[in-house]
Design a protein around this ligand. Sequence first.
Ligand code: ZN
Ligand code: ZN
Length: 247
Amino acid sequence: MSAVDVVFLGTGDAFGSGGRLHSSSLLRSADGSVLVDCGASALASLRARALAPGDVDAILLTHLHGDHYGGVPFFLMDAHYASGRTRPLVVAGPAGVEGAVARLAEALFPGVGMLPFRFPLTYLEWGERQEVPAGPAVVTPYEVRHSPALACFGLRVGMGGRVVAFSGDTEWTDALAPLSGDADLFVCECFGLDAAPPHHLDFRTLQRHRHALTCRRLVLTHMGEDMLERAPTLGVETARDGLCLTL
Ligand SMILES: [Zn+2]
Ligand SMILES: [Zn+2]
């Protein structure tokens, strides 16, 4: 029976609540590795856990907010200058992902667009509920409700004989039910306790809809200060930076 390791590289919100790092998770199976989201701190978090960025086959982005994709330019700079990468890399995300990464990379490291990368770099765009092979994973994106300005997706990732679903950032939407249906693990954002800012989930709302979720295991992440403070008393499983689960 194959297995998948899920390493939580960053479980914080955009504001660094609780001193946590920006969103990123590593999924690793015998077939390879993918990152789900790549916040600005993802590379440092990989290195802190002695995980090689060069082993990552694909970066899967839920949406183009900085705490979820801000680390891609650093990853590319490392691949070119430090890791000596030759292995192909896939970066998959919402429509426009290639341009968004290029603009961010150019702002952070002017001239980066001229670098002669020695590795094949392929960009893929999500289409609603369209399966996309990406490295060792097969990904099905489900559009969620997070920003009027951006298309944002939850990702259902099949890999190593397991299914791991990620809500990305979102308020409650009925799409979370099929997204996480029968998944071995559902990693769900839960920014607030009794309430959340617009376009995010809070614990009370999630509890009201919990019956609709048929995942085998639910782990909450992307928590703000209120939720972090109360989480140990709520009887739910929560992620933390560095947590590793084997499914
Ligand atoms: Zn976020
Ligand atoms: Zn966001």
